[in-house]
Design a protein around this ligand. Structure first.
Ligand code: CND
Ligand code: ZN
Ligand code: ZN
Length: 336
């Protein structure tokens, strides 16, 4: 590994919010590295290639991979454990004891081992401290807008949560030509950077006495065309649905709720024509799409500078997590 970002999902696992993860585990799923060696029978990759490990693999063979409308490969942790390699063994030892893999990526390690379906070769010229963003944050937020919601020019959007994922959704809304982009966060310190990426209004739910979905519905004469939940909180998932316009509004869940969470909501919201969707890794079929996105980045289609707030040496990983928890960072990139 050369560089890795810290995503809130890694923190959810540390807090025990996601079930089905075995400990001790090597976390990290937003990395960029260089191939050191390849296993027997591996084609298309060689030592020296720059690569991105893929937390959503693309096996190319399962029913989802063969379906053009989803990227939810059946090899993901949602249907099979990615705590061990496909042969059900771990490649990590810590003081003689096996440690588990995470999402088949485990980027918080100087060396990692990944299945061939979970790694993409990228352009040699790309700077690795930016390339790692293509392992999760940027494709996840941007893709939810352009692939899952398919935001149209002139539309009205609301983005809930302005971390690495939410700001990438703002970038997506702007590039899709949205006319109004409302950025929502309880931490107003995120607003300046949201404006740089294209937010036209920034609102803090703590500044209002009524629910934020009512504020947005009033601001937009009946609701937005598209909303995106980039927090992982069931209350804001409901608020994001409720601020969509009757008849044609679409809300996309990107944030990851704790494993045991349930939502109850008024079915009239869907009965009256709103659409509720979810998006994992931005809907991208990972192995084929990540190299293309990196090429577009190299052709200056996106400026991701503001997504990286801090760069630290890897041994300051705990400081990186503290920056995330205190709301003082967007993405912290750890360099090996
Ligand atoms: P990060 O913690 O950086 O950002 C979340 C933002 O939400 C912060 O700016 C908070 O201040 C803000 N926030 C918190 N509570 C509220 C609230 N009640 N109202 C408004 N704003 C609030 O997180 P991140 O951007 O790294 O990740 C966001 C979510 O996306 C998180 O749940 C993560 O687990 C999930 C995710 C999903 C996927 C996917 O494929 N769908 C991939 N990786 C991460
Ligand atoms: Zn992530
Ligand atoms: Zn598959």
């Amino acid at each position: 590994m050369v560089a890795t970002g810290i995503c809130r999902t890694d923190d959810h696992v540390l807090k025990g919010a996601l079930k089905g993860i075995d400990f001790p585990v090597i976390l990290g799923h937003e990395g960029a590295g260089i191939i050191e060696s390849v296993g027997e029978g591996v084609t298309g990759l060689k030592p020296g290639d720059k690569v991105i490990p893929l937390c959503i693999p693309q096996c190319g063979k399962c029913s989802s991979c063969l379906n053009p409308n989803t990227n939810c490969c059946l090899k993901t942790h949602l249907s099979e454990s990615q705590n061990v390699m496909p042969d059900k063994t771990s490649r990590f030892l810590c003081k003689g004891k096996a440690a588990y893999h995470f999402l088949w990526t485990s980027t918080f390690s100087e060396y990692t081992v990944v299945p061939v379906d979970a790694v993409a070769k990228i352009d040699d010229r790309v700077p690795m401290d930016k390339a790692c963003l293509f392992g999760c944050g940027f494709p996840t937020g941007y893709g939810a807008v352009v692939n899952t919601a398919k935001v149209e020019p002139g539309s009205t959007c609301a983005v809930f949560g302005l971390g690495g994922i939410g700001l990438s959704a703002v970038i997506g809304c702007k590039s899709a030509g949205a006319a109004i982009i409302i950025a929502v966060d309880i931490n107003s310190a995120k607003f300046d950077i949201a404006k740089v990426f294209g937010a036209t209004e920034c609102i803090n739910p703590l500044d209002y006495s009524k629910p934020i979905q009512e504020v947005i519905t009033e601001m937009t004469n009946g609701g937005v065309h598209y909303s995106f939940e980039c927090i992982g909180n069931t209350d804001t998932m409901k608020a994001a649905l409720e601020c969509c316009h009757m008849g044609y509004g679409t809300s996309v869940i990107i944030g990851e709720a704790p494993s045991a969470a349930q939502i109850s909501f008024d079915p009239i919201l869907l009965f009256t024509g709103r659409t509720w969707k979810g998006s994992i890794f931005g809907g991208w079929k990972s192995k084929e799409s990540v190299p293309r996105l990196v090429d577009e980045f190299m052709a200056n289609k996106f400026n991701l500078d503001g997504l990286v707030s801090h760069t630290l040496p890897f041994d300051q990983i705990n400081e990186g997590f503290e920056l995330l928890r205190s709301g003082n960072s967007i993405r912290t990139i750890l360099m090996f």
